[in-house]
Design a protein around this ligand. Structure first.
Ligand code: URA
Length: 269
């Protein structure tokens, strides 16, 4: 595609939206640079230089540890945290996940710690990253309406994500990023100690419930989540509200899951 002139403000907004959807969120130079023109400019003449020294081995960014070591550190720090406050502090100090470098802040949780229902999503999006709370964007507003339909709200549920830092451009977290962060969410679930766990969408369901099937196949089927050795709670995989925004016809399945959740809650003594 050849570059084209930006004709007016609507055009410029279009381009910005396109950049946003491609994950471009930060501009680092004050003045614009015409990279198309730069690409066609002949290279400057090269001064005679001595032969370059052999390339040194690449230097690892010190703030991000190797994935296995990072996952081990996450597991150790998570185990050492005996309260949700301590866990949050440990996560604030943790530098093992590269996503922390591009995210604005840690998105730890929202809602009532110790609630009977804990909901776990995938990872924060742009709104969550800006505000610092999970599920506050469009998907979050739909989640609030879904909860309200069965008499719940953020004072009666606890909400977190498998990955607590926003992946750039809202992409799905990589398996490596997930593996590094998973000890934290497991510990968060253990410390919150819900009576029922709800996993929303594929990444959360597959990570926490260890299933390979897609969410549309297994949603609504109760599973057991082992909160701690020998201690399980019922877990309900369901569709992610972001998916429901894209596929409104699937809301009828979601409604069945919500009713199942309500009935299970009513059955708790
Ligand atoms: N989607 C998620 O999975 N989590 C959020 O917090 C927001 C959107």
């Amino acid at each position: 595609m050849s570059p084209r002139e930006i004709a007016d403000e609507a055009d410029a907004l279009d381009v910005l939206r396109w950049w946003g959807s491609a994950g471009v969120e930060h501009l680092y130079e004050d003045a614009p640079r015409n990279r198309f023109e730069e690409a066609t400019r002949p290279p400057p003449p090269r001064a005679a230089r001595p032969a370059p020294a052999p390339a040194a081995p690449p230097v690892m960014a010190p703030a991000v540890a190797a994935p296995d070591a990072a996952a081990r550190t996450a597991a150790e720090w998570a185990a050492q945290a005996h309260t949700l406050v301590a866990l949050r502090e440990a996560m604030l100090r943790f530098d093992g996940c590269a996503l922390k470098k591009t995210a604005t802040q840690l998105v730890f949780a929202d809602g009532a710690p110790g609630a009977a229902v804990m909901i776990v999503g995938e990872a924060p999006g742009g709104d969550e990253d800006r505000i610092g709370r999970p599920f506050v964007g469009r998907a979050g507003q739909l989640l609030d309406r879904m909860l309200a339909a069965i008499g719940l709200d953020r004072t009666t549920v606890y909400i977190a994500n498998v990955v607590p830092w926003r992946p750039p451009g809202n992409r799905t977290p990589t398996p490596q990023e997930t593996a590094i962060c998973v000890p934290f969410i497991r510990r968060q679930i253990e410390l919150c100690a819900p009576r029922i766990l709800v996993t929303m969408g594929n990444p959360s369901t597959q990570t926490l419930l260890g299933v390979k099937e897609g969410i549309t196949r297994i949603r609504g089927g109760w599973r057991a989540y082992e909160i701690a050795p020998g201690r399980s709670v019922p877990a309900l995989p369901t569709l992610h509200p972001a998916y429901l925004l894209r596929s409104p016809a699937a809301k009828r399945w979601s409604w069945l899951d919500l009713r199942a959740l309500r009935a299970a809650l009513d059955g708790l003594v």
